[in-house]
Ligand binder design. Structure first.
Ligand code: DQA
Length: 140
């Protein structure tokens, strides 16, 4: 499968940022392990702190890949534009979060993008991404 992982704002600082919430592992090392666990699948990675760049990437890959794992970061809670982009493409999108957003501040309980996604995985640390890959494999 061709799977695209997209990380949104501030997720370039994983391993550095708020370690008590997001852990101390950098995403690059985690991605190496994830790729090694799925040698038959192609996993490409994109990260941006900019809403429009995330939308451009969804448009770019969203008609050709088999599935997208999207952690939109704080845009999850605000971005109708990203929700519309997800609705505009054909690839299934799984929303992921490292933390359990339902157990955090109230403003994190709302997801603008969840209704446009195939499903949501949250709260399992970086393992949320692996679970999302599994979900994409099973929803084919
Ligand atoms: C996050 C949760 C969001 O609320 C937050 O803004 C993030 C990370 C997570 O992975 O837990 O940046 O998406």
């Amino acid at each position: 499968m061709k799977i695209v992982i997209i990380n949104g704002p501030n997720l370039n600082l994983l391993g550095v940022r708020e370690k008590s919430i997001y852990g101390s592992e950098a995403f690059a090392g985690f991605l190496d392990k994830l790729r090694a666990a799925y040698p038959d699948d192609e996993m490409t990675y994109f990260q941006s702190n900019h809403e429009g760049a995330i939308i451009d990437e969804l448009h770019r890959v969203g008609f050709s890949c088999d599935g997208i794992v999207l952690n939109a970061g704080a845009y999850t809670h605000t971005s109708i534009a990203i929700a519309d982009a997800i609705r505009s493409i054909t690839a299934p999108v799984v929303e992921v979060h490292i933390s359990n957003v339902a157990a955090r501040e109230e403003y994190r309980h709302v997801s603008m993008i969840a209704p446009a996604c195939k499903g949501v995985i949250a709260g399992f640390g970086l393992d949320s991404y692996r679970l999302a890959v599994e979900a994409l494999k099973n929803c084919r």
